[in-house]
Design a protein around this ligand. Structure first.
Ligand code: GDP
Length: 633
């Protein structure tokens, strides 16, 4: 097993020197640093502890201007060495680095008081240690052990190795979830090899020859070679520092913050639901809509912070947020992150990704949203199903399985249990059975009421809103929306009538003028029932809207492009002509025309209509009994 230990601490407190004293290698510094004698980017070195455990060291810069670089390297540490120079004591970046390690939930910490050779009076070191302990007390590292060393003389280094061995034995094992990802902290080219990216490998193995993808750009490549601690390996294991030689991807296409992973295993997101905590000594609280820098994995990106329940989270407080990112990052649920104010730079807080791909922008102050996020943070498999259905909307088992990356049979059993408990609704049977979260549905019901109320107010004479417009207005996906309409209708919220939807209880009404015009039109239809006004004349008389409504209500029945009959007349025509067909009488355009004393236009329009609905079939000039003749009677 390989472990990764990082340094943390104020600039010049002796971090790089300490790593060099431990490993015999000066952490791989860039030339610029050598010139400036200060770590501005990440450095790397490795060693074997006396018990045989291999440890990679990530040396981070301590200067405040390079906290971005520091943060890019911190993810994936099993433990950190909090380095404090005994002659100087606690300094600003001592505090800030400690806060960051705590926010990122680095599992273990060792307090290293170094440069002890520069302090003659041990009581002074006690004071420095007491100072640091006071800081640690407010963090998850209150019980951390401490070691006093000098990198210059070598005093205490064996104790430090022993302490590292101890904490690393206690640190949780790295899990192979079969979903390898490498947050990239450096990308460069090597002559003869091409593109090389480095980082700490998480959640799975990488093997030579693997197809890989670099997110969020979804660039495809292949692993040509792997190195851990400068040694060629065929397989790299989770938790190790890895350099990956990739083919198919140019170095210019990759940058720090990208994630190399198994193809399709991670998606880029611009929206993240998260639980955040604000540092007790943060310079400012967190305000709604504030823009902050989000540090996640090795990435940093500007994010707008939407507070879901309050307008502010004060220092020391916590709450629920939806982060809206300026550019996409690849993320997994449960990832920890840090939020910093860009200018003047300051670490404000951090938190946990609870949903790395929420499907929508949450309404604020929606208790249902937060309830689900809370359950998801708690996180049973059932909660995850609920959360997914709530954020994605109606889904089949197959779709749920794909989203949650779990076998369909297992999910099917779980979701059916939820259905039987009333926690999830189901519509339909078999593979097409669709599951709906009741809170999602009540959110949709609320929007539906709002949208339809406005529509009915603006169009009182229309029988309802066209389905398509409604769907678009509510932002529903086509497939799930049919199930949702069905459920809303079953709940008595809406009535689905053909291509239109209306609120239950709504019935369209004509204005006074429309009503009077409609009365007059009805008299004209009654005056010549078999040669009534054409549809054009009718719409000219009462307007298209009123006409459409009367047709929808069944007052008039259109039979041809320009021919409609009043409903009772239509019914009589259908019945009588069907009876004639049934009796085997000769039915032609001419006989119908003469029988009802109308014109060819009406007779022809009507008979063609009967052909279309299957009551008659045309044979030469004659009509015969059609396939649905009997059903019509
Ligand atoms: P970093 O910025 O924390 O990485 O600090 P460096 O490792 O670059 O050390 C800063 C300065 O302190 C350098 O000049 C080192 O030689 C010196 N230094 C580091 N550790 C010790 C130590 O244990 N004793 C003494 N006397 N000097 C040290």
């Amino acid at each position: 097993m390989i472990r990764v230990v990082g340094t943390a601490g104020h600039v010049d407190h002796g971090k790089s020197t300490l790593v060099e004293a431990l490993t015999g290698t000066h952490p791989d510094r860039l030339r610029e640093e050598r010139e400036r004698e200060m770590t501005i980017d990440l450095g790397f070195a490795w060693m074997e502890l006396p018990d045989g455990l291999e440890v990679g060291f990530v040396d981070v810069p301590g200067h405040r201007d390079f906290i971005d670089n520091m943060l890019a390297g911190v993810g994936g540490f099993d433990a950190a060495m909090m380095v404090v120079a005994a002659d100087e004591g606690v300094m600003p970046q001592t505090r800030e680095h400690l806060a960051i390690l705590d926010l990122l939930r680095i599992p273990k910490l060792v307090l290293v008081l170094t440069k002890c050779d520069l302090v003659e009076d041990p009581a002074w070191i006690d004071l420095v240690e007491a100072d640091v302990r006071a800081l640690l007390a407010g963090t998850s590292f209150a019980a951390a052990g401490s070691v006093r060393v000098s990198a210059a003389t070598g005093i205490g280094l064996d104790d430090l190795k022993a302490e590292l061995a101890k904490v690393l034995a206690e640190a949780p094992a790295r899990v192979d979830r079969g979903r390898p990802r490498l947050p990239i902290d450096r990308a460069f080219t090597m002559t003869g090899f091409g593109t090389v990216v480095t980082g700490t490998l998480l959640d799975g193995k990488l093997t030579e020859g693997d197809d890989v993808m670099v997110m969020p750009g979804a660039l495809r490549g292949r692993v040509r070679g792997l190195q851990t601690h400068r040694r060629k390996v065929e397989v790299a294991f989770p938790g190790s520092r890895v350099a990956v030689n990739v083919t198919g991807i140019e170095v210019q296409q990759v940058q720090r913050g990208d994630v190399l992973c198994a193809p399709g295993a991670y998606r880029g997101t611009r929206r993240i639901d998260a639980r955040v905590e604000v540092l007790g000594d943060a310079a400012v609280g967190l305000r709604h809509d504030q823009s902050l820098k989000l540090h996640l994995g090795s990435a940093d990106v500007l994010a707008r912070v939407r507070l879901l329940m309050t307008d502010e989270i004060k220092p020391g407080g916590d709450g629920w947020v939806q982060l809206v990112l300026e550019s996409p990052v690849a993320v997994a649920d449960g990832d920890r992150f840090v939020l910093r104010r860009p200018a003047p730079p300051a670490t404000i807080g951090g938190g946990t990704v609870v949903d790395g791909r929420p499907q929508r922008r949450h309404r604020r102050r929606d208790a249902a949203v937060v309830r689900l996020l809370e359950r998801k943070l708690g996180g049973s498999p059932e909660d995850r199903i609920g959360q997914e259905l709530f954020s994605a909307g109606p889904l089949t088992v197959a779709e749920l399985a794909r989203k949650l990356e779990e076998p369909a049979e297992v999910l099917s059993r779980r979701v059916e249990t939820l259905v039987s408990e009333g926690a999830v609704r189901a519509i339909g049977e078999g593979p097409a059975r669709i599951y709906i979260h009741p809170d999602w549905l009540s959110g949709v019901a609320e929007s539906a009421r709002e949208v339809l109320l406005v529509y009915h107010r603006d169009h009182p004479q229309r029988s309802g809103m066209p389905r398509e417009d409604f769907r678009r207005k509510l932002g529903l996906e086509t497939r799930g929306s049919e199930a949702a309409f069905g459920a809303l209708e079953a709940d008595g919220v809406i009535v689905v009538g053909g291509p239109r939807l209306r609120l239950a209880g709504f019935s369209p009404t004509l204005s006074r003028e429309q009503h009077e015009a409609a009365e007059a039109l009805a008299q004209r239809f009654a005056a010549s029932p078999f040669s009534p006004p054409s549809i054009r004349e009718a719409t000219d008389a009462i307007g298209l809207e009123a006409w459409t409504l009367l047709v929808e209500q069944g007052t008039y029945v259109p039979v041809a492009e320009d021919v409609a009959f009043a409903a009772p007349v239509y019914a009589r025509l259908v019945e009588e002509v069907a009876a004639s067909l049934e009796a085997g009488e000769s039915v032609t355009v001419a006989t119908v025309r003469d029988r009802y004393g109308t014109s060819r236009k009406y007779a022809l329009g009507f008979l063609e209509h009967l052909d279309r609905i299957g009551i008659s079939v045309r044979v030469g000039d004659e009509r015969r009994r059609g396939p649905t003749a009997l059903a019509a009677r």
